[in-house]
Design a protein around this ligand. Structure first.
Ligand SMILES: *Cc1c(COP(=O)(O)O)cnc(C)c1O
Length: 406
């Protein structure tokens, strides 16, 4: 009987990242010789020994029992991602938000304090400000790209620092190694939402982070057809997270989605290379366009943290934010006229996606920025930024589409 954590599939830890993306965690089926991983949709498993029914008694030798606890297809995805992140382990979830919510609720309790980025993924931002504070956890949102802002926010009861780098939607970069040092001194957990970066660009655990969170719905799945999330890190944290965050809260990924995402992951390294190449071409086109007031892309020398991005990231990823006059009118034209780029939320798909993130909407509902932070946001974003997730189409077709509407 296979075990939950231990699995004989090869991890390929001594191989290159392209080889790992294809082979790590997978092996031909021992019964049939099938080269591609089996999709095991079974929700329950026949056992030949008494297994405790409590999540608290789960350990590395527990066989497959029930898919909310673990599943052979999902395990392969978890192992592949753990290898790419250079993590001891990974736990998959139904969505990025299921992963994020589980980390926040499992590792924070009433009376604790959280320091979190003040312009990050709106779902995380809203959960921190509304749900966590309702549960008696205090929250200080700061610009995590400024180390002093983090230092000044630390309190005696700070238990977690949560950063997103690059952050949504202004693509601010946070210095993971430096923040890990602040977290270590405080004995707080450093959690990095690395969805925009992917393990191809950054491996936060190697820089001192405790946990890495991903929305697998984005680059890692990469094809816009399956939702998923994951948390990677040390087994000593993932064991308790699996017990409470997965088995009790129940945000388990469908094995079918795990299988689709694993198939997408096989091409993650080569996709990220093309995303970056296309994004650089599109970003320089936008920078040279008279109607474009500002282009934000970590790969451009004009990005305020280009130096840090170059040091911390092996790939600048494929997301560009840009600003124009009259953004609402341009959004309307985009909805009518774009041929290749889809006007839609989400990011990291093979298709290019663009969406207007209006400043009043974001700062009023999700971010609630004030004073200097509000001024900084408005200075960069104006009335709103277009978040463009540059896909894998021919760069000249993406550019032609944008030229048509600008
Ligand atoms: C999309 C996203 C999430 C949420 O992931 P879902 O899979 O949509 O639940 C969290 N963080 C970031 C940075 C994201 O882009």
């Amino acid at each position: 009987m296979s075990a939950i954590i231990h699995n004989p599939n090869p991890l390929m830890t001594n191989k290159g990242i392209q080889t790992q993306a294809i082979h790590a965690g997978e092996a031909p089926d021992r019964n049939t010789g099938a080269s591609t991983p089996n999709l095991v949709m079974s929700s329950t498993f026949v056992v030949d020994e008494e297994i405790s029914f409590s999540a608290n008694n789960l350990n590395e030798d527990t066989p497959f029992v029930y898919t909310r606890w673990s599943n052979p297809t999902t395990l392969q995805l978890e192992q592949k991602l753990a290898v790419l992140e250079q993590a001891e382990g990974c736990t998959a979830f139904a969505s990025g938000m299921a992963a994020s919510a589980s980390v926040l609720l499992k590792f924070l309790s009433s009376g604790d304090h959280l320091v979190i980025g003040n312009t990050n993924y709106p779902g995380t931002a809203e959960m921190a400000r509304d749900t966590l504070t309702r549960l008696g956890i205090s929250v200080t949102p700061v610009d995590t790209s400024e180390l002093d802002s983090i230092r000044n926010a630390i309190l005696e009861n700070t238990r977690m620092i949560w950063i997103e780098t690059p952050s949504n939607p202004l693509l601010r970069i946070s210095d993971i190694a430096a923040i890990a040092e602040i977290a270590r001194q405080q004995k707080a957990l450093l959690v990095v939402d690395s969805t925009f970066a992917t393990p191809i660009a950054t491996r936060p655990l190697t820089l001192g982070a405790d946990l890495v969170v991903h929305s697998l719905t984005k680059y890692i799945g990469g094809h816009g057809d399956a939702m998923g999330g994951a948390v990677c890190g040390k087994q000593s944290l993932l064991g308790p997270l699996r017990g409470e965050g997965l088995i009790h809260y129940g945000g388990v990924i469908s094995p079918f989605n795990a299988w689709l995402i694993m198939r997408g992951m096989a091409t993650l390294p080569i996709r990220m290379r093309s995303h970056q190449e296309n994004a650089l071409a599109v970003a320089s086109f936008l920078e040279g366009h008279a109607k474009v007031e500002k282009v934000i892309y970590p790969g451009l020398a004009s990005h305020p943290q280009h130096e840090l991005a170059s040091r911390q990231m092996d790939n600048f990823s494929g997301i560009i934010s840009f600003r124009t006059a009259n953004p609402k009118r341009l959004a309307g034209r985009m909805m009518q006229k774009l041929e290749v780029v889809h006007y839609a939320v989400s990011l990291g798909h093979h298709r290019s996606l663009v969406y207007l993130l209006q400043t009043d909407d974001l700062i009023g509902s999700s971010y609630r920025l004030e004073g200097r932070e509000l001024d900084k946001y408005r200075d960069t974003a104006g009335a709103g930024v277009f978040r463009l997730s540059v896909g894998l189409e021919d760069a000249r077709d993406i550019i032609a589409d944008l030229e048509l509407v600008l």
